[in-house]
Design a protein around this ligand. Sequence first.
Ligand SMILES: C[S@@+](CC[C@H](N)C(=O)[O-])C[C@H]1O[C@@H](n2cnc3c(N)ncnc32)[C@H](O)[C@@H]1O
Length: 303
Amino acid sequence: MRTCWYRPPAVRYNLGVTQSSSAAPEAPQGVDTEKPSAARVYDWLLGGTQNWAVDREFGRRVERMWPPIKPGARHNREFLHRAVRAALDAGIRQFLDLGSGMPTAGNVHEVVADYLADDERATVVYVDYEPVAAAHATLILERQNATEWAGLVQADVRDPDAILDHETTRRLIDFDRPVCVLMVAVLHFVGPDEDPGGVVAAYRDAVPPGSRLVLSHMTVGDATGEAAAGVEWFAAQYRHTTNPVWLRDRAEIESWFADWDVTEPGVTHLPDWRPVRELAPEEEIARPFAWCGVAVKPGPGER
Ligand SMILES: C[S@@+](CC[C@H](N)C(=O)[O-])C[C@H]1O[C@@H](n2cnc3c(N)ncnc32)[C@H](O)[C@@H]1O
């Protein structure tokens, strides 16, 4: 039986709500606390504390109208963890996490550190343009004494040259060795006029054979009727934030892997990519609304 979770909005939200300063962390310079941000709303959805009243209020209202948002965020984060472990299993020791978000439980460098033996080494570069995410990631890396092998570049993923040539990237990533490029839940913030395919291609071209591209992206997917209307309503709400969301179909998302070899089990919904646990019944509602996959760059003679 299909759960009916979508109710059309009765009111348009006023997203310019005032902030309650009591629970909010101190805002670094340049932070817009008047409008919700994707990084901070996602942090709230995952149970984090680096968010303001405006983010929580937006998150709660969207969740009331579109409950898949919370289990969907968890599915996405768990996919990221499985994809990072799969890259480690394949011997990759360099990670470029584009649109890394607010550091929350199970950051890439923590998954990596958990996986590796004490005498093994890997490097991680986080990239996000959100000032709170950038400030908090820097703080966490400093507190964990991880700055020698992990760093943060505060930059826009739509500017690949700035990221690939950044001194932190150059210090931590050797582009002659395979890199795991993570673009997890970030490309749906890149608009159709901003050449998302060209952005992904720039990162694909910068890394050598054996590198991996990890993608996840929101979609209407195979949903129809009320379910499709629900995710479209969700995307429309994000147009009022600092990060508008664009839904795309599977074919377009898949095209960003170009001629790379898509690993098993192919492009799937988030919980179906090498699952390690059963979904609880209440989590099923989020299944249709994202596509994900992992591909490996072939060598010159392999195509
Ligand atoms: C939904 S979160 C995903 C975080 C993490 N990748 C994950 O999947 O758990 C999306 C992140 O992408 C960041 N982001 C969106 N557009 C961006 C851009 N053009 N450049 C850099 N970061 C961006 C947001 O600030 C936010 O932190």
